[in-house]
Design a protein. Structure first.
Length: 153
């Protein structure tokens, strides 16, 4: 089991290197990129009238769930952490403010050296968006009637 986990870890590391060769651009980790995107999408939602703005807001909320999950998995209060980070990013106009998972005392991912490849982040967001689009394309949800559930008619 240890050898298999080592193989998987090496494969993941090779994939990161491959992604950096394809596109050497990096972004800040710790949920900073997702939060920066969520802030911009929410600002765009304010400019849209009608039902479409709800889709924008839902997308922004979904992006915010990533730093919230990081905070919770690090033992931090997710709602407080997310609120503080959002205020910090807006106040400082700095997209590098993320969750301090290592509890170093700074939320600046630039100072902590927490980076992700832009290529992999774009792929993650694209895949998640495609999954949601596939779910939304489902026209009919089939609900079995009582006779199919085994209930007497």
């Amino acid at each position: 089991m240890i050898i298999e986990e080592t193989k998987r870890s090496l494969h993941d590391a090779f994939c990161v290197v491959r992604n950096l060769i394809r596109d050497n651009r990096v972004i800040y980790g710790g949920g900073a990129a997702e939060l920066a995107c969520a802030i911009e999408i929410a600002a765009e939602a304010d400019k849209i009238e009608g039902v479409e703005q709800y889709a924008f807001r839902a997308f922004a909320d979904a992006l915010e769930s990533i730093p919230a999950a990081l905070a919770e998995n690090s033992g931090l209060p997710p709602i407080d952490t997310l609120t503080d980070l959002k205020a910090l990013q807006i106040e400082q106009q700095s997209p590098c403010m993320g969750v301090d998972c290592l509890l170093t005392g700074t939320n600046d991912m630039k100072k902590q050296g927490i980076l992700e490849t832009l290529h992999s982040k774009k792929e993650q967001i694209s895949l998640a968006t495609q999954v949601v689009r596939m779910i939304l394309k489902i026209d009919d949800v089939r609900v079995p009637d009582d006779s199919e559930r085994g209930y007497p008619m």
